[in-house]
Every structure is written in C-alpha cells, then in structure tokens.
Design a protein around this ligand. Structure first.
Ligand code: OSB
Ligand code: MG
Length: 371
C-alpha cells in the first residue's frame, strides 16, 4: 500500500444540543477530516476529533493542523506499508499529538480493510454484529433540564446514561436521576475536575451509594496514585479516561489498581492500532473496556463502532446515533441507533460513504498534497 494523495479538511458542524463539561460549554465542533488516496485508487477516511481548546488534553484543532501539515503528512505520503502498524512506525518519533495521529491511523485502517475486502470491524478482529450504545449528558443549567434530557434519551431507547459531574454539580443531580430511574445503567464522569481532598472523598463516597456502574476520571490525568487511594475506599469501579494515552499508562493503572474499568478512545490513544492493543492488555488482565467518544463526526464515529465490536468491549460505548449530535452528518447513511443498539457495518472499510460535498461546504480550509 502507498498513499499518494492526502487531503485534510478543517470542518465545522453545529451541535443539535449544547454540551457542558466540568471545563467549558460548546455548541459546535471543529474537527479535521483526513482523506487518503492510495496509488491504486482506494480512498480511506480518518478523523482528528480534537476539541478546539486544550481543556480535555493538550491538543487543539490548530495544533493538530500544524502537526499534520509539518510532520504527519510528509511522514505518510509516499511511504510503502503492508499493515497500518508499519505506517504508524513512520511517526513513532513524534511525541504526543495522539489525536492528530489517530486521524491518519483511522484512514490507514480504512484503506487496509478495503484492500482486503473486509469491513473495518472484521479487519480489527471484531466479533459482534451489533454494539450497545450509551449516551453522555452534559451539565445542564437546572435539575429539571437534566431530567428532561435523561427522559429524552431513555425514551429514544438508550439503556445507559453517563452524567458529567463537577464540584457543585454531583451528588444532587445523580440522586435525582437515580430516584427517577432506579434501574438505569448510570455512571458519572468528572473529567479530572476534583482535587484529592477529604471533601472530594466524601462526595465520591456519597456517589458510591448510588449504584453507579463506574466513576470516571475523578482526579487529574497524571495522578494515578490519587486514583488508587480513592479506589481502595470505594466499591464502585473507577474508570480512567484522560490518564491513559498509551499502553504503558494502562500497565500503570493495573499495577497500582488505580482503576478497574478502561475507557478506550481511538483519538486519545493515537489511533486504532494502540486502541486494539489496549483492548488486548485489558482483556488479559480481566478489566472490562468500553469505547469513549469525542462527539465524533460520522467518520470517527464509524471507527468507534468498528472498534466496539471487539470481544472485551463488554460495557456500552459512547456510539450514540449521529442524530444526537448533528442535524446532518458527514457520512451516508449516518450512524443509527435503534433501541440503543448500533449495527456493525459489513461493507468494506468504515462501511459508510463520506458526503464530500457536505464536507467541502463546511470546511474553512483544505490542505491538498500529492506525492
Ligand atoms: O470525557 O468522555 C469524555 C466529550 C468531550 C470531551 C470529553 C468527553 C466527552 C464525552 C463525549 O463524554 C461522549 C460522546 O462522544 O458521546
Ligand atoms: Mg471521560
């Protein structure tokens, strides 16, 4: 395989419903789409689903664009490879910038699957024909508005709901949702917003009594020891998200018992190869995983669906239907969830067509490079 042409599109789409986390609120997303054309005319797609601001991780849309233009496009263009991990070796010496790398990794995997006449899920080793989707709900201005959002998603058929929490918006909203839905598969995500303190421990113990499936990333990403100390006094599993950017981080989590569930994000782990490796390591350690989302457009969302078809993705993934986020997605058909379940495509590659006209109409700039 050789990639002879790369295009990177700087795409903006408005969100159907604004989303607030512990760090900030957003009403639209600005992701980069990567189109890779092989020497024999196959076209693969990837997505760089970085937030615009460096509040989730250190990357931004602008840093991703700069790294893509200066390092990743030159590394990828014209190089010859058999399997995606060989192509990824071309950027091994670039430290960090996992979201930027993930966009090129997904495009390479899409090409690789198409060349083998296989679905992306099949190429990755996926075994499920459908995956269970959950929704992630942001912080709402009032409890009533939160309950309205939960009701909307439960009525739409989703059986798992994750609530964003932050200091001042935690025990009370969780109790309210739990009281209204005693049997709902419910969990919380703090995005690292809590300091390690007696007060935070008291909040987490109160949440521990709410029968949550997990408490995601309560403390700062690099603070594995704080997570281990908290896990030792909680029954509810801690799930790590931001803390785990490579397989070494996962080994640290396992060695310290700093978490008992892993959220695998293709973007955060620098692409599908590392994401799959993390799945295997977690499986061997008996740690369940699920696929987290970054509000991906359809290209990244389709990659998440394919990854979620691997056997150890035993918890619902953030692969809700495109319509939860976007009035019109960049792929045709969009990702569709019925009764909270998404079918895994069987067509070659990501299994959806990219609506290039819609991509172009929503792009503020395009990088177009040929070998
Ligand atoms: O922590 O999972 C997170 C979105 C932006 C930044 C961080 C996170 C999220 C989500 C999105 O929760 C979930 C989704 O894509 O449905
Ligand atoms: Mg998270």
């Amino acid at each position: 395989m050789r990639i002879d042409r790369l295009r990177v599109f700087d795409v903006n789409l408005p969100l159907v419903h604004g989303f607030e986390t512990s760090s900030h609120r957003k009403t639209g997303l600005n992701h980069l789409l990567v189109e890779a054309t092989s020497a024999d005319g196959l076209v693969g797609w990837g997505e760089i689903a970085t937030p615009s601001d460096p509040f989730y991780g250190s990357e931004t849309t602008r840093t991703a664009w700069a790294i893509a233009e200066r390092y990743l496009v030159p590394a990828v263009l014209g190089s010859t490879w058999e399997a995606p991990e060989e192509l990824e070796a071309a950027w091994l010496r670039i430290r960090g910038h996992e979201f930027a790398k993930a966009g090129f990794s997904i495009a390479a995997w899409d090409l690789y699957a198409q060349a083998g006449h296989r679905s992306l899920a099949g190429a990755l080793g996926g075994t499920r024909t459908e995956v269970v989707a959950g929704v992630s709900l942001g912080i709402e201005p009032t409890l009533d508005e939160l309950l309205t959002q939960v009701a909307r998603q439960v009525d739409a058929g989703y059986g798992r709901v994750k609530l964003k929490i932050a200091p001042g918006w935690d025990v009370e909203p969780v109790r309210a949702v739990r009281a209204a839905y005693p049997d709902l598969d419910l969990h919380v995500d703090a995005n690292g917003a809590y300091p390690e303190s007696d007060e935070s421990t008291a909040v987490m113990r109160a949440l521990d009594a709410q029968r949550l499936t997990m408490i995601e990333q309560p403390f700062a990403p690099r603070d594995f020891v704080a997570h281990a100390r908290l896990q030792s006094v909680l029954d509810t599993p801690i799930c790590l998200d931001e803390s785990i950017v490579d397989v070494a981080d996962l080994h640290t989590m396992l060695a310290l018992d700093a978490g008992r569930v892993l959220n695998i994000k293709v973007s955060r782990m620098g692409g599908l190869t590392t994401a799959r490796r993390a799945h295997d390591v977690a499986r061997d350690a008996g740690v369940p995983v699920w696929c987290g989302g970054m509000h991906e457009f359809g290209v990244g969302r389709a990659a998440n669906v394919a990854l979620s078809s691997l056997p150890n993705f035993t918890l619902p993934s953030d692969v809700s239907g495109s319509d939860k986020y976007y009035a019109r997605d960049v792929i045709v058909p969009p990702v569709i969830a019925r009764d909270g379940v998404v079918r895994v495509p069987t067509a070659p590659g990501i299994g959806h067509d990219v609506d290039v006209d819609w991509v172009l109409r929503n792009s503020s700039r395009t990088l177009d490079t040929s070998a």
